[in-house]
Design a protein around this ligand. Structure first.
Ligand SMILES: O=C(O)[C@H](O)[C@@H](O)[C@@H](O)C(=O)NO
Ligand SMILES: [Mg+2]
Length: 379
């Protein structure tokens, strides 16, 4: 039975930081506080999920998570997920899909560790590697400051094996952002740099109106882009249906819209997307993302998985619905393969063919340096 649910904060180092709008950029190496959710059962097995401390608050653990999980059989993951999800209504926004996702992910890690299997095998076992696309950081003023910078970086990414590249371009608070014309210049420069055989995608991060999104989408069509992501606020489903009706380039979503697989059923049934999107971090965990993947399969719609890391790899290994693993966020001035002090290895090394092998260790695949984490635990 589950006997302990705790969040352990620890110090480590990072070479990136987020700006005022939450977009990640390179930074000098510095100390940061991270957190690990731990769910331990009476056999002494622990499931883990790395969390942002402010996104799984003590009050949520006390009021919603522990009352559901403690004393329960961790193998009843589906029943426990549903009990947790139904707590969201009464939490009045205090128990987010992200918090639910962290708990569900730790439960998957726990039962896979108990089974001695990779979680993707336990959840299905559809493939043992997946092609990765390079997901760039947003534009900035040093490194990804011009269309030429994006073009040079794209050539490097192709040279190391990527067969697809997704641009995040310039976003506020970067001066002059957002700008449809600058986005088009960057996308054109990258297409000219890599040629016609590399799949290209743009993630416009929700800053545009319908008419701006339409203008940008038409330009991407001319450049042969593979999908068009999040040009508008995803709460406006009718805007996405309007846009998808007018464009040939596939519109993909939703990424951050709340409502788990249920919201995604609405996006498919109303024609708001041509390709579905869901990720364990933002859509309530591995459990509802698997539901969304199966939903998409039933409509013959591709479902692309949002976000890097072990939980996304779990879904991608368990199904063959997603064509790509989002590897990133990448930047010319950041070594994405750097192993931080709290890990023994990274979970998603890229091979020379541009593929990421699914992890083979028991659990979702994170190889934590528990000696570092334990020693550096903050009380
Ligand atoms: O912080 C975020 O929202 C994510 O990093 C996001 O920007 C990025 O992963 C994305 O949009 N992927 O599609
Ligand atoms: Mg996105």
């Amino acid at each position: 039975m589950i006997e302990r649910v705790a969040v352990r904060t620890f110090t480590t180092t990072a070479c990136t930081s987020v700006d005022a709008e939450g977009h990640r950029h390179p930074a000098p190496e510095h100390e940061v506080t991270e957190a690990l959710l731990e769910v331990t059962d009476t056999d002494g097995v622990t499931g883990y999920c790395q969390v942002q401390p402010d996104q799984l608050r003590p009050a949520v653990l006390d009021k919603h998570v522990r009352p559901v999980l403690l004393g329960q059989d961790p193998w009843d993951r589906e029943r426990l997920w549903r009990l947790l999800a139904r707590r969201q209504r009464g939490a009045h926004g205090g128990f987010t899909d992200r918090a639910l996702g962290f708990v569900d992910t730790a439960l998957w890690d726990l039962v896979a560790r108990k089974a001695g299997l990779p979680a993707w095998k336990l959840a299905g076992g559809a493939r043992d590697k997946v092609p990765a696309y390079a997901s760039t950081m947003c534009g900035d003023t040093a490194g990804l400051a011009t269309p030429g910078d994006y073009a040079d970086f794209a050539k490097h990414l192709v040279a190391v094996g990527y067969r697809a590249i997704k641009l995040h371009t310039w976003m506020p608070p970067v001066p002059g952002a957002p700008s449809v014309s600058r986005d088009v210049e960057a996308c054109r420069a990258v297409r000219e740099a890599v040629g016609p055989d590399v799949e290209l995608m743009l993630d416009a991060s929700h800053w545009y109106s319908r008419t701006e999104a339409l203008r940008l989408g038409r330009a991407l069509q001319e450049l042969g882009f593979y999908w068009f992501e999040e040009p508008m606020e995803e709460a406006s489903v009718s805007s996405y249906r309007w846009l998808a009706d007018q464009l040939d380039i596939p519109v993909i979503g939703p990424e951050v819209a709340w409502g788990k697989h249920l919201t995604r059923a609405e996006w498919i049934s109303t024609g708001a997307c041509d390709v579905l999107r869901a990720g364990p971090a933002g859509s309530g965990g591995i459990t509802p993302v698997l539901k969304a993947v199966h939903l998409a399969e039933s409509f013959n719609v591709d479902c692309e998985i949002h976000g890097n890391g072990s939980a996304s790899l779990t879904v991608l290994g368990a199904t063959d619905a997603g064509r790509w693993y989002e590897r990133g966020l990448l930047h010319p001035h950041v070594d994405f393969d750097r192993v931080p002090p709290h890990r023994n290895t990274i979970v998603d090394p890229l091979d020379e063919n541009g593929d990421v092998a699914l992890p083979v260790i028991p659990g979702i695949g994170d190889d934590w340096n528990l000696e570092h984490i334990g020693v550096h635990t903050l009380e």
